[in-house]
Write a protein that binds this ligand. Structure first.
Ligand SMILES: [Zn+2]
Length: 57
């Protein structure tokens, strides 16, 4: 059990990665919060999902 000192949420794993504060409102915000090396990959996934399921959010 670990409690984040910044936002006070508790997690099973120490230093669990999570959003401190409010979650991102959009996919683009979520992607922008990820490490730069992961962003291109996430954008490709996002584009692929949108292409196959246009109504997906
Ligand atoms: Zn936190």
């Amino acid at each position: 059990m670990w409690v984040c000192p910044k936002c006070g949420r508790s997690f099973k794993n120490v230093d669990q990665s999570h959003y401190c504060g409010k979650p991102p409102a959009t996919i683009e915000e979520y992607i922008a919060a990820q490490p730069e090396e992961a962003q291109d990959y996430l954008r490709q996934i996002n584009a692929a999902i949108k292409a196959s399921i246009p109504e997906a959010r």
